[in-house]
Design a protein around this ligand. Sequence first.
Ligand code: GLV
Length: 310
Amino acid sequence: MVVLLLTPRSDQAELWRRLLSAALDGIDFRVHPNIGDPAHIDAVLAWKPPHGVLATLSRLKLICSLGMGVDHLLADPLLPQDVPIARLVDPNMIEQMSEYVLYAALHFHRGFDVYQRFQSERRWEELPLPHTAMRRIGIMGLGAIGTDCARRLAGLGFSVRGWSRTPKALKGVRSFSGRHQLAEFLGETDILVSVLPLTRQTARIVDARLFAELPPGASFINVARGELVVEDDLLAALDCGRLAGAMLDVTVSEPLAAASPLWAHPKVRITPHIAGLTNPVTAVEPIAENLRRLRAGLPLRDLVDRIRGY
Ligand code: GLV
């Protein structure tokens, strides 16, 4: 089986080669752009491949995303239509995402954003602290990541609700679904967490109208995709005080331009898309399992529904 690694992270190529060769017998592992004959490639491991490259691989049978999101693949206008795409579902990555969300939720819950400002003013002052069970955290997106975040936040004692495209039943989590329940969900959300996939339906969903539905003084955490958010509307909501703060791991254009007002905004915390990092050591197993299944002609796991967009 010929497997091609197609990622800008060329520093990880040797690690991938070692791990995949250990997980699968008889693998011919190639690294883009040294692909040899494109007609020999059976499967690719891809992160943000240049548009059009996948279309040149005439024997391709499987595209394995090296990220949990697949919008980077579906954005390729020349993406082969009949080749299955598998998301990366790595429990270690899900745990990392949840860690980030827990940190960010506690940051806003315990007023660390405000205490940071107080410290810069040498101000010793206590803020009111709502009981954890009264703090309402709303998670947009209840896939593998959102579900894990919801479970862990509920475990800390927060009042957790979730919103998703279709109804989901999660123990201890109040669930809302569809556009018709979005306003109700937002109206009872003090800390909004976005873990939505980026699709045609979700692009720019976090806009002025959405912020206006949140209780005044809510906070916003985005660990999904920058393009879910209308950044001008986010800045306006922060400036007028509707939003108390935002913690953003993702932005519309990445890396975030030095001139972006988000960098220096006093109510914004930025991290450089590090909430969940693909670690080949743990990501190799779900990928190798799919390659084994492909070889054996068995049904593949974690397949993307192209119509749904994730
Ligand atoms: C990262 O953003 C991913 O999709 O895994």
